[in-house]
Design a protein around this ligand. Sequence first.
Ligand SMILES: Nc1ncnc2c1ncn2[C@@H]1O[C@H](COP(=O)(O)OP(=O)(O)OP(=O)(O)O)[C@@H](O)[C@H]1O
Ligand SMILES: [Mg+2]
Length: 365
Amino acid sequence: MIKIENIEKTYFSKKIEFTLFVRNVKKKGKEIEKSKPTASSISETKVQYNPLFKTEKKKTYALRGINLKIREGEIFGLLGPNGAGKTTLTKIISTLIIPDKGNIFVNGYNVVSKVKQARASIGLVTGGERSLYWKLTPLENLSFFGRMYYLSKKESLERAKELIEIFGLEEKKNDLVQNLSTGQKMKVAFARALMHDPPVLLLDEYNRGLDPQASKNLRDFIKKVLQKEQNKTILLCTHDMTVADNLSDRVGLIFQGKIVTLDTPEKLKSSLKFRTKLTFVTDKPIAPLVEKYEGVSILTTKNVEREYTTILTLKNGLSSIEIMDNIREKDCFIKNFEVNHASLEDVFLSYTGRKLEEIENGEED
Ligand SMILES: Nc1ncnc2c1ncn2[C@@H]1O[C@H](COP(=O)(O)OP(=O)(O)OP(=O)(O)O)[C@@H](O)[C@H]1O
Ligand SMILES: [Mg+2]
């Protein structure tokens, strides 16, 4: 069980540059305050010039009041774009950094005041692969970390061998980690987190670098073995809506350090005004033909060289076949037709006005 109460975290960073290399030196001596809410997170920058240096002090509000209760045996998906605050929250839960405000309890242990007990309850998997010693083999890494978690030498070696088999790493168990592929390193990192058989697992972008088959195998393993058989409590942080949708019992959408909505994937999707999105490619514009239907909304229309692409949404219960027949009857040729069901991406869009992937550079439109 993980209980998160009103967590806030602000990062402070400082950058110093010689003014010699700064183009706009007119502002020398002045202090300028800029407030800049970026698309993914909210930050403020304070710039100060003196005859030699330009100093930039930046304050990033990474988490702005997170409240969450993850039940025992639940897979909870935290879904959000780059910079939304997922890793920061994972780091706080796993005792790597301290929050500015609020409390977190893992299996009843406060992560700030009962660090040792909290750590013993947690297995952490991060997408960065930095949790391994690259000059050791997978077997040596796992045995070493087992010893760190107070397993005996024999227990540690046995557990390491068992996990190597589960993750299909037998062929690579005696190679140096530095010579493994990204996906193989990821598997060793996952195995490492399971060495002490923790009741709580934190998975931060756990499937980075895995091929589709390995990703599917790991998904099945998480669901069937870790959740169903071993009743582990799992927090899954990702910006991949398919992963969140397929694995999570409940999903929280995180944006600019806040959880904007939270429910089962099904309920989140059915809370949208529409269930289905239709894409038509036709030889005539179809908007005038379909607009008369109550419950049809046109999302976008595009016209390229007499090819009209129209994306529309249907209210729950409305038949796409009926719409299609109506278009055909009006002597309109349908070149292509596609049906897509509402996704968590659509839910995210409806709450934030943004897509999950568009926010790479962190700038507002
Ligand atoms: N050590 C740090 N110093 C300063 N700012 C930081 C630091 N770590 C993270 N941030 C900022 O805090 C915000 C949240 O970052 P975080 O890594 O938690 O996001 P995330 O949701 O994990 O993103 P991603 O999907 O890209 O991994 C971002 O704006 C990031 O730039
Ligand atoms: Mg992250």
